[in-house]
Design a protein around this ligand. Structure first.
Ligand code: UDP
Length: 407
């Protein structure tokens, strides 16, 4: 087998170049950009296939060394996720025509999200290659864990079939492996845990006062930060209920960073709730922030709150910890794993119950004693397994095992 691998990534329903933190472009885009760049730097060749914007031609963009984004014009126009699922034949056919025209050859196909999984399954049959799949989120988990979610049966059925048919399902956290085992009784060896990396050059601790100034926040205010797409699953309703339980004598602000699904206006709903709770002056809806601006928010904050009902990983926790800003979270995604690392308790506060009073107590304690500026107790040691070169190397080892039929 050749030393360096050629890998086709599929990101059909969203392009990794979409604005991060908006609808359909969250952690999956961060993952695709970070992982492919690390693979390319290590000398592997990566093509990421996505759909061209409706009405534009197919286009190849060089993303980083050895990494290309291939946006395919499939002629299908603007389609939502569920419509896309009905056209996976046409999409895989267009990708195959493009591949033949450009004489591209691959060792493996690696699909992201269930829509890409359906396309990847067809390409696997055409190309006779191993198919690796990462769901990023599971429809069944959303429905079971988040009140009000109703992912359709088509998605649930597709995910079940894909879980059985992919050569290997990759998950980012042990909790997600356990969920898949529990849902589908898969062979444990068919699910591999490979975490997500973070960019430690971007997410690093620096002066809190500089960060507060850059983020437009008051120097004396204690900042309680939440970052994420404004989606019900992120549980920001709990955050507002928690804020209502914090002693109003404390000079605090809740800063919510993340984009809205234009069709749903969750920001509007949350603003109304903040009004009812008499918190309008305490909650800042900062909107979507550019990825490279986020370190200012994390460094400005006394604490980052992750009130999500469900996370398949939870990048925000690692980004915050990399800036030495403590995190309070429920037992979602990678949090229980991080909480097992000895010494993690000075930075990571896991609260199992969704009880506003309990979270408020913890937050009040953290903001009174935030260790951000003490490098001696830095959270960096929690993050060693989550560097992109380490994660990419582990992914390549997994690919080789699949190619050698060892998994
Ligand atoms: N993000 C961003 N701008 C925002 C909000 C979020 O760049 O306004 C990024 C955030 O830093 C993280 C990703 O989007 O890297 C969200 O990942 P996470 O795993 O928290 O959630 P997901 O979107 O996968 O549910």
């Amino acid at each position: 087998m050749q030393n360096k691998l050629n890998i086709a990534f599929l990101s059909i329903h969203s392009s990794p170049l979409g604005a991060l933190g908006a609808k359909d472009t969250g952690g999956m885009s961060t993952y695709l950009l970070g992982m492919t760049e690390a693979l390319g730097t290590a000398g592997h060749l990566v093509d990421i296939y996505t759909r061209a914007v409706a009405g534009t031609n197919s286009e190849v963009t060089v993303m980083s060394a050895n990494v290309r984004l291939i946006a395919i014009n499939d002629g299908l126009g603007r389609l939502n996720k569920y419509e896309l699922a009905l056209h996976t034949n046409a999409i895989s056919e267009t990708i195959e025509i493009f591949r033949q025209q450009h004489n591209n050859h691959y060792d493996l196909v690696f699909s992201h999200y269930w829509i890409s999984g359906l396309v990847g399954q067809q390409l696997q049959a055409k190309w006779r290659l191993p198919h690796l799949l990462m769901f990023h989120t599971l429809g069944r988990a959303k429905n079971e864990l988040c009140p009000g979610e109703s992912e359709p049966l088509e998605r649930l059925a597709a995910e079940k079939e894909l879980a059985f048919r992919a050569d290997l399902v990759i998950v980012a956290a042990q909790s997600e492996k356990e969920r898949l085992l529990n849902y589908y009784s898969l062979e444990p060896s068919r699910i591999q845990v490979i975490p997500i990396g973070i960019d430690r050059k971007l997410f690093r601790p620096f002066s809190r006062s500089v960060a507060k100034q850059k983020a437009g926040l008051g120097a004396a205010e204690k900042i309680i930060l939440a970052v994420g797409r404004l989606e019900p699953i992120k549980g920001f309703d709990l955050l507002l209920a928690v804020a209502a339980c914090i002693d109003p004598a404390v000079d605090f602000k809740v800063v919510l960073v993340g984009g809205d699904d234009q069709g749903k206006d969750l920001a509007g709903d949350l603003k109304k709730t903040a009004g009812w709770l008499n918190l309008s002056d305490r909650v800042v809806f900062a909107g979507r922030a550019a990825y490279d601006f986020l370190p200012y928010y994390y460094n400005a904050a006394e604490v980052t709150v992750i009130p999500s009902y469900y996370e398949s990983f939870g990048l925000v926790a690692l980004e915050s910890l990399a800036c030495n800003t403590p995190v309070i979270a429920g037992p979602v995604g990678v949090i229980p794993e991080l909480a097992k690392i000895p010494g993690s308790d000075s930075y990571l506060h896991l609260v199992a119950e969704r009880s506003p009073a309990l979270w408020a107590d913890q937050i009040s304690w953290i903001i009174a004693s935030s260790p951000h500026d003490d490098p001696a107790t830095g959270a960096g040691r929690l993050l060693k397994p989550y560097s992109w070169p380490v994660v990419a190397e582990s992914f390549i080892e997994t690919c080789r095992s699949v190619l050698n039929n060892k998994l």
